[in-house]
Design a binder for this molecule. Structure first.
Ligand code: ADP
Ligand code: MG
Length: 248
């Protein structure tokens, strides 16, 4: 398998006026092409910090990141962060506009994604006219519009009610696999991580290091809803739940 990203001994301090906070103590992992890798850990342990460093929003304090420069990274934030005064279509075009790549061909690509994922009829609506799940799908299409190879998803589903969450997990899983993307998914939801991923990284409390990395082997991988009833699912759940509750 081809490695597209490697993180070596990453360390991160935040500096406030009063103190220095060690957020990441020692984080090392790699990401393989085509996989969905989840990072789980307790709230405040540094999950978002890792993603923000990976896409250069904030600097690292120590360690190194090796990234294949042919692979383009895109970040989808926790809140859908759609602009309320733009239509669905205009929101989806934003990344392309910023990159100065709003060509006819790319517009067609966005329209085809909207069509494929059931949003064509809503392209001229505004975000507040859509359900939470639909807004997340629009945010995902906006992220896909710039044709990234690696998607970073930060708690993308966590603000939704359970039913919408399962549906959007299924959609996002299918979109990532169908479009042949690689993804790093950050979540505090153990079930979401196991049911969506090829591997799950469990972090310790802050200052975080890696507690365990689990390859997820199910009888059959059929998408996050069906995967939840796989015989091995509860085995992984119990192990990771144990990791969460062990005092470190
Ligand atoms: P998570 O996404 O796992 O909930 P974060 O990466 O957002 O955690 O934050 C990890 C820790 O780093 C938090 O406990 C917080 O105290 C600290 N932190 C995050 N952002 C900042 C910041 N801008 N300034 C100071 N401390 C921060
Ligand atoms: Mg976070």
């Amino acid at each position: 398998m081809k490695k597209v990203l490697e993180v070596n001994h990453l360390k991160k301090y935040y500096h406030t006026k009063k103190e220095e906070i060690l957020s990441l103590k020692d984080i090392s992992f790699c990401v393989y092409e085509g996989e969905i890798l989840s990072i789980v850990g307790p709230s405040g342990c540094g999950k978002s910090t890792i993603l923000s460093i990976l896409c250069n929003l904030i600097p690292l304090s120590d360690g190194a990141i090796y990234q294949d420069k042919n692979y383009k990274i895109a970040y989808m934030l926790q809140e859908d962060s759609l602009l309320p005064y733009l239509t669905v279509l205009e929101n989806c075009f934003i990344g392309l506009k910023i990159e100065n790549h709003l060509t006819e061909q790319n517009k067609e690509y966005v329209l085809s994604l909207l069509d494929l994922y059931g949003l064509s009829d809503f392209q001229n609506k505004y975000p507040n006219q859509l359900s939470g799940g639909m807004r997340q799908r629009v945010a995902l299409i906006r992220t896909l519009a710039v044709k990234p190879d690696i998607l970073l998803l930060d708690e993308a589903m966590s603000a939704l009610d359970y039913q919408s969450k399962l549906k959007i997990e299924e959609d996002i899983y299918n979109i990532i696999k169908k479009e042949g993307k690689t993804a790093i998914l950050v979540t505090h939801d153990i079930e979401e991580a196991i049911s969506m991923s090829d591997r799950v990284i469990v972090l310790t409390n802050r200052p975080s290091s890696i507690k365990n990395i689990y390859p997820i082997e199910l009888q059959e991988k059929n998408g996050p809803i069906k995967n939840r009833s796989d015989l091995n699912f509860s085995k992984y759940f119990n192990i990771i739940w144990g990791d969460f509750n062990e005092k470190i």
